[in-house]
Design a protein around this ligand. Structure first.
Ligand SMILES: Cc1cc2nc3c(=O)[nH]c(=O)nc-3n(C[C@H](O)[C@H](O)[C@H](O)COP(=O)(O)OP(=O)(O)OC[C@H]3O[C@@H](n4cnc5c(N)ncnc54)[C@H](O)[C@@H]3O)c2cc1C
Length: 303
């Protein structure tokens, strides 16, 4: 029996196990080849157990949130993909919440606004899980997770876990110590947020205003949000437009006519199509503006 087969058998005690699961079913791009082993876990304990089992078996591990900030290679991801559906929330009073990392960030943000808790109105349109939001310090409209995040429970390589203060996570614009691989933790298990009292009517009105702005500025359809980070002083979409790439295509992959920093799968685009378009944007922006764009979307798997 191979290490992967042994792990698959072991994982059955922890979550639902599938072999060769197409990741196109689990990414907002609708793109991505198979995961050797795909394990759905429904609480933080199962997430920790599954991650530790993979590590002990010497099998590569990838923690998947909602797949809203990744481009998965056409050949997929080798090893184990943990589909994080942990969803418990603990209201600790005084606006403090302890939340498992698989909770939908946008749904939580909207619920908090309706309850009259301030701090997350800007997040109501950001797809993904709290875990993904921690990793990238998700943000919009002048807010970011660092504003309300107090602590994070991280799984440690040996299988134990550790609460880490938000100030020690190195949270910056769309990045953290986790994106820079400066923390040994391989999974965000839980987060603690602190919100302040607010007026439910005013907060829901702010959410509606952000929804309106997002709808008018961003394309619908299959994408992963902004492809590139905005370089200091100039938005990435402007650089891509200046490079003459509004509406550019490669197969079924397109640079959105509506927002040039959104790359859209208009049908059956492959990861290779999107990657080719991304590389073209990087090259043309360098030639026309002298700027080296930095990717926000993570290219993951076996490229
Ligand atoms: C239409 C659209 C609009 C968007 N708008 C915004 C926006 O306004 N602002 C913004 O910041 N982002 C935006 N995004 C990007 C995306 O929603 C965020 O980056 C989100 O936080 C990603 O979360 P996820 O659960 O989907 O992560 P995934 O895409 O599943 O994973 C992303 C990375 O995080 C890691 N990860 C996920 N969960 C964990 C965990 N529990 N432990 C350890 N690592 C983990 C993964 O391994 C992977 O490396 C947008 C995306 C879309 C599709």
């Amino acid at each position: 029996m191979s290490a992967l087969e042994r792990l698959a058998a072991e994982m059955k005690a922890v979550g639902e196990v599938r072999r060769d699961e197409p990741l196109s079913r689990h990414t907002t791009f609708g793109i991505g080849g198979p995961a050797d082993l795909f394990v759905t876990v429904r609480d933080a304990t199962a997430l920790a157990r599954a991650a530790t089992a993979a590590r002990e078996a010497g099998v590569d591990l990838f923690v998947l949130g909602s797949g809203s900030n990744i481009l998965v290679a056409d050949s997929g991801i080798r090893g184990a993909v943990l589909d994080n559906r942990s969803a418990a929330e603990h209201d600790q009073g005084d606006g403090r919440f302890r939340i498992e990392s698989g909770v939908s960030f946008a749904a939580f943000a909207r619920r908090m606004c309706r309850l009259g808790l301030d701090g997350l109105a800007w997040a109501a349109g950001i797809p993904g899980t709290l875990g993904g939001a921690v990793v990238y310090n998700a943000g919009a409209y002048g807010g970011c997770l660092a504003d309300v995040l107090t602590r994070v429970r991280l799984l440690q390589p040996g299988g134990s876990d550790l609460w880490v203060d938000a100030s020690d996570l190195g949270l910056v614009y769309r990045g953290s110590a986790l994106t820079r691989r400066r923390l040994p933790g391989e999974a965000v298990l839980e987060c603690e947020l602190s919100l302040t009292p607010g007026d439910p009517a005013a907060l829901t009105a702010r959410v509606a205003e952000f929804d309106r702005r997002r709808l008018s500025a961003q394309p619908r359809g299959r994408n992963a949000g902004s492809m590139f980070k905005n370089p200091p002083g100039i938005p990435a979409w402007k650089l891509i437009e200046t490079a003459g790439l509004r509406g550019a295509r490669r197969g079924d992959a397109a640079i959105s006519e509506k927002h040039c920093n959104f790359f859209v799968n208009e049908g059956a685009a492959s990861a290779a199509d999107v990657a080719a378009l991304v590389e073209e944007a990087e090259r043309r922006v360098r030639e026309t503006s002298g700027v080296t764009l930095e990717r926000e979307v993570a290219f993951v798997g076996a490229w």
